[in-house]
Design a protein around this ligand. Structure first.
Ligand code: AHR
Length: 539
């Protein structure tokens, strides 16, 4: 890992107020560690909040370690079953997640990426100095990425190179991708196998330009943003008429504290006073769960103290979003600009024996709980947070999928993303919970977290997470505004907080059906300790 990453991570101050949008009160002590105490959850299904944009379930695939090469791309000549070089097993697994968008090619890699090296029959071999100093074959380039998106049914979120590239290089990439007229670049795209213009739904203008993306000040980055936003155009005629045209996402803050609030303030203030010649649609936020820098928490082989530390840290996402949303509200009260959390997730110590620049880590039940808590936070801020990309999709950081040559395993985080599919584009429904807290040493966390939403067909969904690693809890959910006839769902738990799915034992942490009792307008379900549960309610 380069020095560029030894920076802002440690600046997140601990011990924050937890604002969960739910009323959380102090727990009463329990007579037994295993008795399932009942707590009340009230859901007012007659009221609704913002749409939980499906883009909140976006993925991130960087040229980093085995995230792309081996994880997605094995090449057409591989013995691993593939379609035009892209692994069939990984594609099938991702299709089940209904992935809305994938951010590519980085990350820090994006600001050193020159797209021309990744198109055409002759690919230049370059280096990947950010991530392990390995060679980059450029075998997976523009066409391969777009083919991969087609195979999984997701939209493109490209990051253009602002750090070491030029506006001209980025503009030519977009012309190459999107021009319908017979320009030289469009003809080159056709000669390389794709006559029709591609659709680029989202465009990131730089990545972490305050750090690995060029160490820019907010004002310097703003001047770059204005230039790129003006000249990097989408020519796809189908998108011109589309209200969902290519949306431009500016580099935003990397945490909280004065450095980051200043960044948000500078960009948003300039946007409010902008001229006709530039615009943006989103401001990115990067916020990893990493209690200190460099990352030292183990991803497996840890106990309940580390479980609580990581979950406590992850809950800071709520306050960080609230801080930046408040600044955005000042300049954009109509919430035109989305806050795009396009890098989030747990960042642990590299697995022993791996290249530390590959950011390889295991994924445990703790990560499943962490994922659910973050998705719940995004849902509560859905009026402003309209896109998010977990880092990263395969084999890197908090991955959905791990591969080892021909083997593949689905992680606990994968199962949470699969269970939450019905929340994509669902409408937030207010829920109120009174579950108390759980305490580990000097750390106090909410015991249970929950959200509710109605899907596009009007069906009610509840997602309830029991953070407490030792105590089950019975949720008695009162539903105002609907009469439940039946309810069913799945729950994800495992024997230990650090239980993982391995290639040898891939079903240690997998969802199982959960029983729900109905009496009148009340549902009752007992949550296992350390579990994530999603249920639907038929009325
Ligand atoms: O996700 C790994 C790295 O974290 C990304 O390349 C960078 O944007 C961030 O610092």
């Amino acid at each position: 890992m380069t020095q560029t990453l030894a920076r802002h991570r440690g600046l997140v101050s601990p011990g924050r107020r937890l604002v969960l949008g739910l009323a959380l009160v102090a727990a009463v002590s329990l007579p037994s560690a295993t008795a399932a105490e009942s707590v009340a959850l009230s859901v007012d299904a007659s009221r609704s909040g913002a749409k939980i944009d499906r883009n909140l379930f976006g993925q991130f695939a960087e040229h980093l370690g085995q995230g792309v090469y081996e994880g997605v791309w094995v090449g057409p000549g591989s013995a691993i079953p593939n379609t035009r070089g892209i692994r069939n097993d990984v594609v099938a697994a991702l299709k089940a997640l209904e992935v809305p968008n994938v951010r590519w090619p980085g990350g820090c890699f994006a600001d050193e990426y020159h797209w021309r090296k990744g198109v055409g029959p002759q690919r230049a071999v370059t280096l990947n100095p950010n991530w392990g100093g390995v060679t980059e074959s450029n075998a997976f380039g523009t066409h391969e990425f777009m083919d991969f998106l087609d195979q999984i049914g997701a939209e493109a979120y490209l990051s253009v190179n602002v750090g070491s590239g030029t506006p001209q290089e980025a503009a030519e990439w977009l012309e190459y991708l999107t021009a319908a007229q017979p320009t030289t670049l469009a003809r080159e795209r056709a000669a390389n196998g794709h006559p029709a213009p591609y659709k680029i739904a989202y465009l990131g203008i730089g990545n972490e330009s305050w750090d690995c993306g060029g160490n820019m000040t907010p004002d310097y980055y703003l001047s770059q943003l204005q230039i790129y936003s003006r000249f990097v155009r989408n020519f796809n005629p189908a998108q011109e008429k589309d209200p969902h045209r290519m949306l431009k996402i500016a580099v935003g803050p990397g945490g909280d504290g004065p450095r980051w609030t200043e960044w948000t303030d500078v960009i948003m203030k300039a946007w409010q006073g902008r001229s006709w010649s530039w615009d943006m649609d989103g401001l990115s936020l990067h916020n990893y769960t990493v209690p200190k820098w460099p990352p030292s928490h183990k991803s497996v082989g840890f106990g309940e103290t580390e479980y609580a530390e990581i979950l406590k840290t992850t809950l800071e996402m709520d306050r960080i979003i609230a801080t930046h949303s408040a600044i955005m509200d000042k300049y954009d009260p109509q919430k035109k600009i989305a806050l795009v959390v396009d890098e989030w997730g747990a960042w642990y110590a590299p697995l022993p024996g791996t290249n530390p620049g590959f950011l390889a880590q295991q994924n445990s039940l703790r990560d499943a709980v962490l994922a659910a808590l973050n998705i719940n936070i995004f849902a509560r801020h859905a009026d402003r947070v309209r896109m998010a990309n977990i880092a990263q999709m395969v084999n890197v950081l908090q991955a959905m999928i791990l591969t080892d040559k021909e083997k593949m395993v689905l992680t606990p985080t994968y199962h949470v993303f699969r269970m939450y599919v019905p929340f994509q584009d669902a409408t937030f429904v207010p829920a109120r919970l009174d579950a108390g807290t759980y305490t580990q040493g000097d750390l106090t966390l909410p015991r249970v977290d929950a959200i509710a939403a109605r899907d596009k067909a009007g069906k009610l969904w509840l997602a309830v997470t029991n953070l407490d690693p030792g105590r089950p809890v019975t949720i008695e959910a009162t539903l105002a505004g609907l009469t439940p006839r039946s309810a069913a769902g799945e729950t994800l738990t495992a024997p230990r907080v650090d239980s993982v799915n391995s290639f040898e034992a891939p079903a240690t942490v997998v969802p199982k059906p959960i029983a729900v009792k109905i009496s009148g307008a009340t549902l009752a379900l007992t949550l296992e300790p350390r579990s994530v549960t999603v249920i639907s309610v038929e009325q």
